[in-house]
Design a protein around this ligand. Structure first.
Ligand code: AN7
Length: 349
């Protein structure tokens, strides 16, 4: 395999990258696109691909946008970066800030960030502030902190985040030779669906693709403001990554839906967990619960209406991010005496 070229160097002609932009990298992008045979059999859809964004350096798609946002912050002489987060944004911001030599402040909803993500923010040396409030409260506070000069905001309201994240759409088009018929994606703050739609539009303009996909976004039923058409004051879901009641890129998501002829619908926590388990145990692909919302939604759509022939599901984050949820998939592990009889008995359960 050739040595990895930094994402922002590889796609520099499609990004606001100048000679003065530092070529910051941790090896992001170029993530696997993997066929999902068990899901194809179950749904009757002939071709389903999983875009494994959990293979990025900090374990989520956020790295694509964060590398550009932090490189541009360096170029602009930022003294610090800051963000609100349900977890993955903070892990990514903390890593790239450490790499860039910039202080990083993260504001999190206390008690609602998965352990893997929290441990990353701490390990990378970010200043972690946990508020007794929601992600939406944290984002409002972070905007205020940034306006007050505390640092550069690197949430997806920063346009460099969207530009970096659109590169995933380019990769999908390059590997498949065109855009897929459908794209299925979880929706939280709605930056990623906005970024993919921008990417697919630019891919068509620059002849990387002939068509654009229909965009299917999925929110958790307890945190589905776009589906309901109104802000959710107290969003609730086990998929903590998408526990968001007032998405910043709401308009971008609606535009992607309407211009592409797709939809944004809700999936229940039960459906999310069922898809999470299916992916792990039938496909050997371990994503986090929020990511499984894309597959939960596809399974639901496949039971009604017309079936597409080719789908890409974006698996946004790695399953290891949320070990507390993962261990609920199996029975409690009972400790056994270190003898062959005891181990054989334990195998049989
Ligand atoms: C695994 O980290 O909002 O619709 O603060 O971590 O672009 O928000 C995470 C979002 C999907 C939703 N899957 O993407 C944060 C944060 C995973 C995520 C989403 C998130 P957006």
């Amino acid at each position: 395999m050739p040595p990895q070229i930094p994402l922002i160097e590889h796609y520099r002609d499609h990004l606001p990258v100048t000679a003065a932009t530092p070529r910051l990298t941790l090896g992001e992008g170029g993530t696997p696109l993997v066929r999902a045979a068990a899901l194809e059999r179950e749904t009757g859809i002939p071709e389903i691909w999983l875009k494994i964004e959990g293979a990025n350096p900090t374990g989520s798609f956020k790295d694509r946008g964060m590398v550009l946002a932090i490189a541009k912050a360096m170029e602009d002489g930022a003294k610090a970066v800051l963000c609100a987060s349900t977890g993955n944004t903070s892990a990514s911001a903390a890593a790239y800030a450490a790499r860039a030599g910039l202080p990083c402040i993260v504001v999190l909803p206390a008690g609602h960030v998965a352990l893997g993500k929290l441990s990353q923010a701490i390990a990378f040396g970010a200043r972690v502030v946990a508020i007794k409030g929601s992600f939406d409260d944290a984002l409002a506070l972070s905007r205020e902190l940034a306006a007050g000069g505390e640092g550069t905001l690197v949430n997806s309201v920063n346009p460099h985040r969207i530009d970096g994240q659109k590169t995933a759409a380019f990769e999908v088009c390059e590997v498949l030779g065109d855009a897929p018929e459908w794209l299925c994606i979880p929706v939280g703050n709605a930056g990623n669906i906005t970024a993919y739609w921008k990417g697919f539009n630019e891919a068509r303009e620059s002849k990387m693709a002939k068509r654009r996909p229909a965009m299917y976004g999925f929110q958790a039923a307890g945190a589905a403001p776009i589906v309901n058409g109104e802000i959710v004051k107290d969003p609730q879901t086990i998929a903590t990554a998408i526990r968001i009641g007032n998405p910043a890129s709401w308009n971008g998501a609606v535009r992607a839906r309407d211009e592409s002829g797709g939809s944004i619908t809700a999936v229940t926590d039960e459906e999310i967990l069922d898809a999470y388990k299916f992916l792990a145990q039938q496909e050997g692909v371990f994503c986090e619960p929020a990511s499984a919302a894309a597959v939960a939604g596809l399974r639901k759509l496949a039971q009604t209406g017309t079936k597409p022939t080719q789908v890409v599901c974006v698996l946004t984050g790695n399953g290891m991010k949320d070990p507390d949820r993962a261990i609920t998939l199996g029975p409690t592990i009972v400790e056994t005496a270190p003898t062959i009889e005891a181990v054989r008995a334990a195998i049989r359960g």
